[in-house]
Design a protein around this ligand. Sequence first.
Ligand SMILES: Nc1ncnc2c1ncn2[C@@H]1O[C@H](COP(=O)(O)OP(=O)(O)OP(=O)(O)O)[C@@H](O)[C@H]1O
Ligand SMILES: [Mg+2]
Length: 401
Amino acid sequence: MTKARTRTRVGPLATNPEPAPPLDVDALLDDRSTGIIVCCGSGGVGKTTASAALALRAAERGRRVVVLTIDPARRLAQSMGIEALDNTPRPVKGLKLPGGNGRSKGAPLLDAMMLDMKRTFDEVVESQANAEKARQILENPFYIALSSSFAGTQEYMAMEKLGQIHADAKRDGTYDLIVVDTPPSRSALDFLDAPERLSSFLDGRFIRLLLTPARGPARMMTAGLGLITSALNRILGTQVLRDMQTFVAAFDTLFGGFRARAQKTFQLLQADGTAFLVVAAPEPDALREAAYFVERLEEDDMPLAGLIVNRASPAPVGTVSADEAMAASERLRKEDPSSLTAGLLRLHADQTRIVEREALLRDRFAAAHPQVPTVVVPALAGDVHDLDGLRRVGELMAGTD
Ligand SMILES: Nc1ncnc2c1ncn2[C@@H]1O[C@H](COP(=O)(O)OP(=O)(O)OP(=O)(O)O)[C@@H](O)[C@H]1O
Ligand SMILES: [Mg+2]
């Protein structure tokens, strides 16, 4: 990864007042200085699909790629050979690689993995604590609950895994591009916010308060703290509270490590070798979310590569406008209420209106964020669940269709 080139930075950092050209996906993938691509966006917009499609396309164009997916649909995971949650990148079979499918040094390749959140957490604990302490933490019920269900853990672990893969790739030269999918959060911002939220929770006053009785001698407990503890005891039960205290006491030494790593990954995300792609559906909520995210990247000085408007309604064929089609449909229906042509014209009118509305939403986004290169990917007829589907999405993203 070089620092030679600066990516599109929007807002006050932008130097070019002209509207951005369309997003050139192939230029991004072919650029050897692109080392990390992160696909963000609100829930269900196509982040996992876009990540897998970009990774496949990059590999088939000659890059050495690993894609870190989160909760891919079962059939898609199967087609990529990653049904098992083992936290290890696995080779994807069935690629059309330039110069054959060898895994020789420097040859293009595609590995994929599915993030196992709990396992990633466990691995961090194991790598940071001695065996006895690690065991204490791993067996603690509070840890088990936190590592598998705390809101934000998945985001944190995605970052953690990215940091690990990046360090390995740098050391061994296994990959020259890491494509990262992000968790299905309601808000795209969670990916950036959750690690901080999680570490400030672990680091926070509430936890410190709980920790005190476990650490200090009983006489140090103030009357106030005693009251809080006994209230918590009543609410949570003695055992839960004790588990939390033991957990935090054991976990305490790891805090520094966790924070430092999260910060390092944050810096990695700010580097010029990183490219954020914001995925959105052509709907008001998803585009509003995308706009927030674009602004947030700007605040955090993170390099935005562009916006993918995914699952756009395909434009209907023909040149008849929605109004003309509607008027003709109504005329026909008056003459023959069961007219098939009237029905088809109505459908054409509806479809045209949807396409127009989507274009309006995109225009609004572009007016507010003129520097964001954008590409529109139409909705395919069915779900994207195999390599052919991914390849097709890749072609549509690259505009080589
Ligand atoms: N261009 C497209 N055409 C047709 N179907 C698509 C397209 N893009 C994505 N899909 C389908 O939409 C569904 C949601 O996509 P995907 O799982 O990639 O979204 P996501 O943003 O990762 O969702 P989550 O937030 O739940 O993780 C999937 O069934 C996928 O196959
Ligand atoms: Mg997903």
